[in-house]
Write a protein that binds this ligand. Structure first.
Ligand code: SF4
Length: 312
């Protein structure tokens, strides 16, 4: 439109436009109404409806706080980091079943105490008084017919040092006490020279009854009686055993070697160190062997000292 058009002319033009528009409307070419003039703009129609539901993907990708892990579905919870207590539980559940018993039970390679290693299967070690009561008036071998007194043993029930001889002699048979005759007096001197006493060691014999004329023990007699000595050793559980003479060494060491070969060399009985040496009765017959015997006993003293066992 030109800037030179007057108001009157503009009204005329508008009137003409409206008339034309009305004519077109009457012919059905266009449809013009007052409502249509208020139609929303195409931009407004293009706006997408505001979603009412929050998209799930971004939320699922967001990191979760640790406290939510427990509330996750099983698969997610499995992938989430576990608290320490849960991890420990899992390890316990997957650990070998034998592990607890292995922990509760000492390893087999671990050294056992002498009393445990020598304990009778499934049994409780008897006291010496109980054992003596069990022996009673023993008739298990022929020596029961000739003995006067059964000679059980003497000394401390908790002795660290134990002497094992052969069998009672005449004095022992009469008094019922081991090593009280001439050989016993020599043994007492040996024990005192070592720094111990008859009361602080334990003294026993392979046989509890005297063989007639002090003859050597028979194999059947040893077999019948050895269980009593075994149970004495179990009870006393000494740290060191000194065998006096051949029968004691042969029985405990299951050897048939001569005393010359056995003496002075450390052996073992059920885990207990054993020092074989000569019998005092033999030393009375051959005093020259006292020097070797003393050397053996000195080894015993050193062994006890190395174990931290002091003389009483
Ligand atoms: S030596 Fe031993 S087995 Fe023989 S009767 Fe005496 S205690 Fe019994």
């Amino acid at each position: 439109m030109s800037a030179d058009v007057t108001s009157e002319e503009f009204r005329v033009l508008v009137g003409q436009f409206r008339a034309s528009l009305k004519a077109m409307e009457q012919r059905g070419v266009v449809s013009v109404s007052a409502e249509n003039s208020d139609l929303p703009s195409p931009l407004t129609e293009a706006v997408a409806p505001v979603p009412t539901a929050t998209p799930t993907t971004p939320a699922a990708a967001a990191p979760k706080p640790m406290s939510d892990a427990a509330a996750l579905p099983e698969t997610e919870a499995a992938a989430a980091p576990k608290p320490m207590s849960d991890a420990a539980e899992t390890e316990a559940a997957t650990a070998p079943e034998t592990e607890p018993s292995t922990k509760a039970t000492p390893p087999t390679s671990m050294p056992t105490t002498p009393s445990t290693s020598r304990a009778p299967q499934g049994g409780v070690v008897q006291s010496l008084a109980e054992l003596r009561a069990d022996i009673g008036d023993c008739q298990r071998c022929e020596l029961a017919q000739s003995r006067k007194t059964l000679v059980f043993g003497a000394g401390s029930e908790v002795a660290s040092l134990m002497f094992v001889g052969e069998a009672p002699g005449a004095e022992e048979d009469r008094l019922g006490e081991p090593f009280v005759g001439p050989s016993g007096q020599l043994l007492d001197k040996m024990i005192v020279a070592m720094g111990w006493s008859r009361e602080t060691v334990y003294i026993a014999n392979v046989l509890k009854c005297r063989p007639p004329q002090n003859r050597d023990p028979k194999a059947a007699e040893v077999a019948a009686c050895e269980g009593f000595l075994t149970r004495q050793i179990q009870r006393i559980s000494p740290s060191v055993i000194v065998t006096l003479g051949k029968p004691a060494a042969h029985l405990l060491l299951k050897s048939t070697a001569s005393m010359g070969a056995l003496r002075g060399v450390w052996q073992s009985y059920e885990g207990v160190p054993v020092m074989p040496t000569y019998h005092p009765a033999y030393l009375l017959r051959d005093p020259s062997k006292k020097r070797e015997t003393w050397a053996d006993l000195q080894q015993v003293m050193a062994r006890l000292a190395s174990l931290g066992i002091e003389t009483p």
